[in-house]
Design a protein. Sequence first.
Length: 357
Amino acid sequence: MSLSEYTIKIDTASTSKIDQVDFENLIFGANFTDHMFTCDYINGKWENPKITPYGDISISPAAKVFHYGQAIFEGMKAFKDDEGKIFMFRPQENIKRFNKSAVRLAMPEFPEDLFLEALKKLINLDREWVKPGFGNALYIRPFAIATQSGVLASPSDQYKVIILLSPVQSYFSGEVKVEVAEKYSRAADGGVGAAKAAGNYAAQFYPTNLAAERGFQQVVWTDSREHKYLEEAGTMNVFFRINDTLITAPTSERILDGVTRKSLIKIAEELDIPVEVRRISIDEITEASEKGELKEIFGSGTAAVISPVSAISYKGIEYKLPKIEEEKKYSNILKQKIMDIQYNKCEDTYNWRVEVK
């Protein structure tokens, strides 16, 4: 169906709760705006798209999402520039990935044009929740769940898409220490690692808790077969700088196709920073560290943009990253460039910004 066949009904909140929020001390993902978008998949089609006041939903305890895990989500952001204009960053890429995830979990794809229109209308309605200034943003959480009642092990025939908005500040502050996974895996060949399936994240919590008990904030995931090749860091894609070259793992059915990741690769290439997209082993990293050639490690993702790593641990040995002048760090150079684009501080030669009017 085309967008002309849908009408998004809007029921505005009678009062706003924005005055109850301390925008100077936000906890990531803990506060939500006045409105949300919902749409239901019933009788083989998406129908009843609407924007309503934010609130609880009613769902059967036998809904298949609770029993068989058909749940996917996306993470996106909107930014406000100094003139009060609001921009989303590459939303079409998130929409495509949302539908890619849906296909992998046997869920129906959501119409791309309706998705984009819903985002624009919802964000515009709650535009006062988007604060200007670097680090301030509106985090956008679209997700889809299976709502059919029944515990037969089969795909649902009913689904609900919901979009929530949450004002945020910078996600991570400072550098983090990471531990290389030697036993647990984030994903395996033939699995759902390339999908933003809710269960992927639930499965990470336990090994991440174990790493935290040893003093590490995140786990660097390795391939499930040999635990030899480095793939992702926590919930982020990961980059390694050896001498002056950036290296990151190729996307696959185990590795998420991060929007920030692909954006950083493009920006690095434009800045004449050598980039290699290839498999990289933990042995190569430890050897580079011992030779003094390992300069930086950082994660990339929507929430934090870039999260620098101060040390990486493998088999009980901690390899510390060297101190580099801030202005010479690739992580700082790339983060500044991508944020300049997001906050409309520079020309967008890539056409990544989408204005919300």
